[in-house]
Design a protein around this ligand. Structure first.
Ligand SMILES: C[S@@+](CC[C@H](N)C(=O)[O-])C[C@H]1O[C@@H](n2cnc3c(N)ncnc32)[C@H](O)[C@@H]1O
Length: 393
C-alpha cells in the first residue's frame, strides 16, 4: 500500500478517494512527507475526529470499517511504527512500541492505538504547532452599518442574541429588530463598556429586553420614554406606561432590580445634568420624535448627558430606495442626524450592505410578520435599520 493510502487510514480513518490519491501523488515526495501529513492533520475532517475523541464522543466513523482499514497496514509492529511516523513524526521508543504491541496482542484495537497517540500530550503539542488557529473562521465585526445578515455568522454575536432569550436564533427568523438589540450589546462589549461601573441611558426605551440584560451587566440603567400617546396601543405596545409601575412584568429573565429604573421623559428634553452617563442609546425611536428636527434635538440631548469619551449608540430607519417617508430618513438625513457637534463616529458606516445582498423587502402593509425581516417597505419606500456608534468628544 502506498504511504498516501496508509496515512489516510491513520489520520482520517478512511480510504483515500481516487481523486484525493491522484491529487496528493502529483507533488508527493517520499523523502519529505511532512508537508503531505501536515495537510491531512490540518483538515477540518481530522479536527472533528480528534475533538470527538478529546470530548469522549462518537467520531462518526464506522469503527469496524476503520479497524479493518488499519488492520491492512501490516504486522502490529509495523503498524505502531507507521502510526508514530505519521502522527508523531518520529520512531517510537522501545517502551512505547512494546506497550502498544502488547496491547494489540492482548486484543486491543488499532483504532484505540491511534486514539491514544492523538490524545497524548506530545501529539497535542505538535498539533498545536501545525494548526494554532484551526477553527477560527473570519467573522464580520463591523459596528456602524446597515442591519447586516453577516452577523448571524458571528458566533460571539449569536451568543449575545441567544442570551436575550426572547429571540429565535434560526436564520429564517432573521429580523432587523433582533439585529438592533444584539448589535447594541455587541458594540458595548467590543468597546469595553459592559462594566460594573458603567451607567447607561436609554431614550425611547419602551420595555425593550436589552434593558433587563444590561441591568445584569452594567452598574446602572435608566430607561426613559414618553410612555404616552399612540405607542400605548399600536404595534407591540412598546410605549406601555404600565412598565413604570410593574417593570418586572416585562422582564424576560431575572434581573438586578436595583440597577434598572424607568422614567417618563421626552427624549428631546432630558432631565439630567451634563455628562451624567457613560453610554446613551436609542433603538427604533428617534424617527418618531418629530422628523429630522426632533431626531437632532434628541441626539444633541443624548450627547449633552453623556460624559466626554462616552458612547452614543443609535438605530434608526434608513431609506434604501423610493420616495421619502415621514418616519424614515434618507441617507443624507441620517448623516445630518449623526453629524452633530461633539460627536464622532467610531468608524465609517458600512452603507453598502444591500448592494451586495439579494433580499426580499417585507411589505409591512401586506405581510408584516414575514421573516427574514431585514429590509421592509411601505408602498414604494424601501428601508432597513442603520446602526451607528459615536464617541462623545
Ligand atoms: C418603536 S418604539 C421603540 C421602543 C423600544 N426602543 C424598542 O425598541 O422596543 C418607539 C418608542 O419611542 C417612544 N417615543 C416617541 N416619542 C418620544 C419622545 N419624544 N421622547 C421619548 N420617547 C418617545 C414611544 O413611546 C415608543 O416607546
Amino acid at each position: 500500500m502506498h504511504f498516501i493510502d496508509e496515512a489516510f487510514w491513520i489520520v482520517l480513518g478512511r480510504e483515500a478517494s481516487a481523486v484525493e490519491r491522484r491529487d496528493q501523488l502529483r507533488d508527493f515526495d517520499s523523502d519529505h512527507t511532512s508537508g503531505f501529513v501536515g495537510r491531512l492533520l490540518s483538515s477540518p475532517e481530522f479536527r472533528v475526529m480528534a475533538n470527538a475523541w478529546k470530548n469522549d464522543r462518537e467520531t462518526g466513523r464506522v469503527l469496524a470499517a476503520q479497524e479493518h482499514g488499519l488492520r491492512a497496514l501490516g504486522t502490529d509492529d509495523r503498524f505502531v511504527r507507521l502510526a508514530y511516523a505519521v502522527l508523531q513524526d518520529r520512531e517510537p521508543d522501545e517502551e512505547g512500541l512494546q506497550y502498544f504491541v502488547n496491547a494489540l496482542t492482548a486484543g486491543g484495537t488499532r483504532v484505540d492505538v491511534v486514539r491514544a497517540i492523538v490524545l497524548s500530550d506530545e501529539f497535542q503539542r505538535r498539533y498545536w504547532n501545525i494548526t494554532p488557529d484551526a477553527g477560527v473562521v473570519p467573522t464580520d465585526i463591523q459596528l456602524c452599518e446597515l442591519a447586516n445578515p453577516a452577523k448571524w455568522d458571528n458566533p460571539e454575536w449569536m451568543a449575545l442574541l441567544r442570551d436575550l432569550q426572547t429571540i429565535p436564533d434560526h436564520k429564517l427568523s432573521m429580523h432587523r429588530k433582533s439585529y438592533e438589540l444584539t448589535q447594541l450589546l455587541y458594540a458595548l462589549r467590543r468597546l469595553g463598556r459592559l462594566r460594573d461601573d458603567t451607567s447607561v441611558l436609554s431614550v425611547g426605551a419602551g420595555h425593550e429586553c436589552v434593558l433587563y440584560w444590561l441591568a445584569n451587566h452594567v452598574g446602572r440603567v435608566v430607561a426613559t420614554d414618553l410612555y404616552e400617546g399612540i405607542w400605548q396601543s399600536v404595534g407591540a405596545r412598546e410605549g406601555d406606561e404600565h412598565v413604570l409601575t410593574a417593570p418586572e412584568e416585562y422582564a424576560p429573565f431575572e434581573y438586578r432590580r436595583d440597577r434598572l429604573t424607568f422614567r417618563k421623559m421626552d427624549g428631546r428634553h432630558l432631565e439630567f445634568e451634563d455628562g451624567t452617563f457613560d453610554v446613551a442609546y436609542s433603538l427604533s425611536s428617534i424617527e418618531h420624535f418629530g422628523g429630522l428636527a426632533g431626531a437632532k434635538e434628541a441626539v444633541d440631548e443624548m450627547a449633552r448627558v453623556v460624559r466626554r469619551g462616552g458612547i452614543l449608540a443609535l438605530a434608526t430607519e434608513y431609506i434604501l430606495s423610493g420616495p421619502p417617508h415621514p418616519e424614515a430618513f434618507r441617507p443624507v438625513e441620517v448623516h445630518d442626524v449623526l453629524n452633530r457637534p461633539g460627536l464622532r463616529l467610531v468608524q465609517p458606516i458600512d452603507e453598502a450592505v444591500y448592494q451586495r445582498y439579494e433580499y426580499a423587502a417585507v411589505d409591512l402593509y401586506q405581510n408584516p410578520h414575514q421573516t427574514p425581516h431585514m429590509v421592509v417597505r411601505m408602498n414604494e419606500t424601501v428601508f432597513t435599520s442603520v446602526f451607528a456608534v459615536l464617541e462623545r468628544q
